[in-house]
Structures are given as structure tokens and as C-alpha cells.
Design a protein around this ligand. Sequence first.
Ligand code: GAR
Length: 195
Amino acid sequence: MNLGFLASGRGSNLQAVIDACRRGELAATPRVVISNNSASGALERARQAGIPAYHLSSHTHGEGLDEAILEALRRHEAQLVVLAGYMKKLGPRTLAAYRNRIVNIHPALLPKFGGQGMYGMNVHQAVITAGERETGVTIHLVDEEYDHGATLAQARVPVLPGDTPETLARRVLEREHTFLVETLGKIVRGEIPLD
Ligand code: GAR
């Protein structure tokens, strides 16, 4: 299955998928990586791996951003789109063209601790402040709202006494890497239906 990625930052989830595909653990091919951030680790990792990488943002493309993203995904024949730390909303054309073919990974057990502003350390800080004893990872279909859409899979991660946002983030991120690969594998094999 051909994968397209959108990512804004570090790109460690992207890297986990690239590595799994390379090792033959995931029957998929990363075909294109798009970032709104020209300095993102994700674009750098893609280039290192020889995957076409594009900086497409409202600054570079203005009103035409949605169309430019869709065009890049189509040109590289992406069949499934993975939001791997993409901190922007997708436009209506891309959402319509890839309905039920776009998945997002979120570092908490949605519907808790999701939505606008709930990303990065904010999520883990909120989990600790709320006194949760468990958090995790959610992979879900993407719709018009942040961190919304049908949940496809969740993994649980313990919150330990004395955790700081940083220690918790590290534990969750480690689980994200394996869980994203596992879940994409299930999607590719049809074990998790998208429709
Ligand atoms: C990951 O923790 C991902 O779950 C989160 O951004 C991080 C990206 O890390 N996504 C969200 O918070 C979406 N709301 P990465 O760039 O190293 O893969």
C-alpha cells in the first residue's frame, strides 16, 4: 500500500514507519512526505530516505494549499494518508478525496485530551494534572475537527508516580512508534476496516 505523510515536526513516527517498511515488517511504501514546516525533521528524514518531500503551507500556497496537498498526494499515488504529528487541519478537497483514507496518531486516549491546543507536552501535562493513572495512544480516522473521527485502535500506557510531562511523553512516544507500525499493518492486511 502506498503511504502519504503529513507531518509538522520531529518526524519520529514517520521514521518508525520508514524503518519498518525497509525491514519488510510492513507491506507498505512511503511515497511522499508533506510538511507545513520547512525546517521539520520530517522533511529531513524523508530526504535522507529518498522519499519525495514537500514544504506546502499557507505561506507558500495561500488559498491553493488544499489543492496543492491533494495534487501531491495523487501525483505520488498515495492510497492511505498518515498524519504523523501534523498540527494543521486539512482542507475540504483533500478530506473529500481521501475520505476514510486518512489516519491520525494522537498521544492520549481520545476522546480525552484531544482537540485544538492538545498536542506535544500540553497533552501529557493535562493528563498528569488530571491525575490520570493511565494514558495511551489513539489512531483514528480524520475528519474536519482536530483529533476527531472514528477510533481505529488504542494502546494503553501507564502514568507512573513522579512522572513529569517529559518522562510520560517519552514513554508514550516509544509506544507510538511500535503501535503505529502494528496498526498500519492491520490496516494494510484489512484486519482493521476503514469503511
Ligand atoms: C506525536 O506524539 C503525535 O502523537 C503527536 O505529535 C507528535 C509528533 O511526534 N500528534 C498530535 O498531538 C496530534 N494532535 P513526531 O514528529 O516525532 O512523530
